[in-house]
Design a protein around this ligand. Structure first.
Ligand code: GLC
Length: 633
């Protein structure tokens, strides 16, 4: 049963597709109050209760014991003491003494103190008083997720080829660089379907332009790659370069389509191209305008995109830099004692994504000027809808690959997400794993992390172990940052190990795609915490390093360096399968704890008793996969 409670005059986020008659907040069955224009509510938790949810967020599958913020944040340090990542997915689910789900449909900041201040209390503070809350009760945690997901509408399904392996790097600067990635994979026998074009394919980081020196005849190049079975996936950024004569900037300015300041002038801030203007994605007319610009690239044969920097990321504002420079100038020749030094340092460090800058942005919502801070979490989702809605209008559903960095529930209907700028850290294998079921609860099925880790140098074994988890994530993309060690599989010694792991992905694609489509069609989760399936099993309830996949499988990646395997918990008897290239090794294991050995070129998988999954023959491209010769394991 789902009940909607409304207070005031909420901004319409279009997160839900279900129309419900709202009840007054006075009927909301949790202790609540309005305080200084905020809505606060709380509930008690028993020691064994588990709190799930929040989609893309730091820390565990069980979110208890920390404070989280719903505030889409461009923060590349995903350490465990962070409170927010790039998304705002305002759904939580309590399981244990009581079972219920809560979705707070509210586009500004929400603070979730989930047992941080008081271990037994969840205290949620919504930074505003105009909001909708949905309470979902009845049935199991999985039933509650299904009911919630039905209310927010069916999840995006990408094209089949988007389940192929994808190789990225900031940046493959030109056609030769991209060619060498395809050649490198082909020579090593590593399957590949997509190569990414990061910001350098553009002319001076201007959206919907091509650097003609790097890609002299882009349309022919795209065609040539297609003939090799390779999709090129360009990035699109939220900020539009301020440059006279640049069509997008000129059009946006002339039509009044950029975000404004209080005085009505265009809000400007620096991102990759320098000073930029920001399309007002909250306005449907702007979304339509911006969405149609993707045509420039689809006309050249492009059929996949990643939308980036759409929290929006603001490196600096001109005002912020001026202020910092004035401050620095005033301190010239002074003795910088502790207070003054750190104040100066903080001024420069605080230039990026400054709350002062966000507060200076205004949107046009139904003709009304609305401050950005009231709708911050809708910005990236708006950009993604701009693209997704254009694709759907023009090509039909599921024809174009689309995923975004920032997101809000609702965007899951037209796009996937990736988990942003993680690190080449062992702990980030598990962070990726933990976000999968949480993101699924919130409707985001097509998702995954940068495999191998984005920031800093990766080791060969880390990339292999990361990939062995990525074999199962719908988005399987290796991506790394500028200046980091080369991270493509064929760049390391023994590239055949990478081939062995990625071939397993291709063998599993028919099964994974089918499981994905079923999850989307049934408003279900592709990945579940073990506790969803084994609610009475204490070890399963606490398990944070393994997941259920579909109805048949359990996954348990190796996530530590120098480990020849890992301890795994089997909540029932299962077949342990080691997959490597075309090799399949099976072992029956009984319920309980086991140490399983897994070599670097192997992918571990656990299949429930009396269940079977298909494995097809590997291929170098998804288009060459065929059911012929498939086996069941
Ligand atoms: C951002 C993105 C990253 C990309 C980089 C350059 O940091 O998250 O994936 O490589 O920008 O475009």
């Amino acid at each position: 049963m789902i009940t909607k409670f409304t207070h005031g005059d909420p901004i319409c986020t279009e997160a839900t597709v279900l129309r419900l008659e709202p009840r007054a907040m006075a009927d909301f069955p949790f202790e609540h109050r309005f305080e200084d224009g905020r809505f606060c509510f709380s509930f008690l938790m028993e020691p064994d209760d588990i709190l799930y949810g929040l989609g893309e967020a730091p820390r565990g599958i069980n979110k208890r014991g920390w404070i989280y913020q719903s505030y889409c944040s461009d923060d590349p340090f995903h350490t465990e003491t962070k409170e927010a990542l790039y998304a705002a997915h305002n759904f939580i689910l309590l399981s244990g003494s009581r079972t219920f789900g809560l979705f707070i449909d509210f586009p500004a900041r929400i603070r979730w103190d989930l047992g941080y201040t008081r271990q037994d209390t969840a205290e949620i503070t919504v930074e505003g008083a105009d909001l909708d809350i949905y309470l979902i009760e009845g049935g199991s945690p999985r039933d509650i997720v299904r009911e919630f997901r039905a209310a927010i509408g069916q999840s995006y399904i990408p094209p089949f080829w988007a389940f192929g392996f994808q190789q990225s790097r900031w940046s493959y600067h030109n056609a030769e660089a991209a060619d060498s990635v395809v050649a490198g994979h082909d020579a090593a026998g590593i399957p590949l379907d997509c190569v990414y074009l990061d910001i350098d394919y553009m002319d001076s980081y201007k959206d919907f332009t091509i650097n003609e020196t790097a890609f002299p005849d882009f349309a022919s190049y795209v065609r040539e790659k297609k003939e090799q079975g390779i999709h090129l996936i360009p990035i699109i950024d939220a900020g539009v370069k301020k440059e006279n004569g640049y069509f997008l900037y000129e059009e946006g300015k002339a039509k009044g389509f950029f975000c404004k300041k209080a005085d009505g002038s265009v809000f400007e801030a620096g991102v990759w191209p320098g000073v930029c203007a920001f399309p007002d994605f909250l306005d449907p007319e702007v979304r339509r305008w911006f969405g149609e610009k993707y045509k420039r690239l689809t006309d050249m044969g492009i059929d996949g995109f990643w939308n980036d920097m759409n929290e929006p990321a603001l490196f600096y504002s001109v005002e912020g830099v001026e202020n910092a420079l004035d401050k620095a100038a005033a301190l010239r020749g002074e003795n910088l004692d502790l207070g003054r030094f750190f104040n100066l340092k903080d001024t420069f460090m605080g230039l990026s994504n400054s709350q002062d800058d966000y507060a200076r942005i205004f949107h046009n919502i139904n003709g009304k000027q609305v401050n950005h801070q009231r709708v911050h979490n809708l910005y990236g989702a708006g950009m993604t809808r701009a693209a997704g809605e254009y694709f759907e209008r023009t090509f039909g559903r599921g024809k174009i690959l689309m995923f975004s960095r920032a997101s809000y529930i609702g965007a899951h209907r037209c796009s996937g997400i990736w988990f942003g700028d993680n690190h080449s850290w062992w702990s980030h294998i598990l962070l990726d794993l933990k976000m999968l079921p949480s993101a699924n609860m919130c409707g985001f099925l097509y998702c995954g992390a940068d495999l191998g880790g984005f920031n800093e140098n990766a080791t060969r074994d880390l990339v292999l172990r990361f990939l062995a988890l990525g074999v199962f994530t719908p988005l399987m993309r290796n991506h790394s940052a500028l200046g980091t060690r080369d991270q493509e599989g064929y760049r390391f010694e023994r590239p055949e190990d990478f081939r062995d792991v990625i071939q397993v992905r291709y063998r599993l694609i028919p099964y994974l795609y089918d499981t994905f489509v079923k999850a989307s069609e049934n408003n279900d989760m592709m990945f579940r915490p073990l506790s969803f399936d084994y609610p009475d099993d204490q070890i399963a309830r606490e398990c944070e390093t393994q997941l259920m996949l579909g109805e048949e499988c359990m996954i348990a990646p190796v996530y530590e360096q120098n480990a020849s395997g890992r301890t795994v918990y089997l909540p029932e008897d299962m077949t342990f399968v080691k997959l490597s290239g075309e090799r399949v090794e099976k072992q029956e294991l009984s319920k309980g704890l086991h140490y399983v050995k897994v070599a670097l070129n192997e992918v571990p998988l656990f299949i429930k008793k009396d269940r079977h999954i298909p494995l097809c023959k590997p291929a170098m491209r998804t288009k060459d996969l065929s059911p012929e010769g498939s086996i069941y394991i």
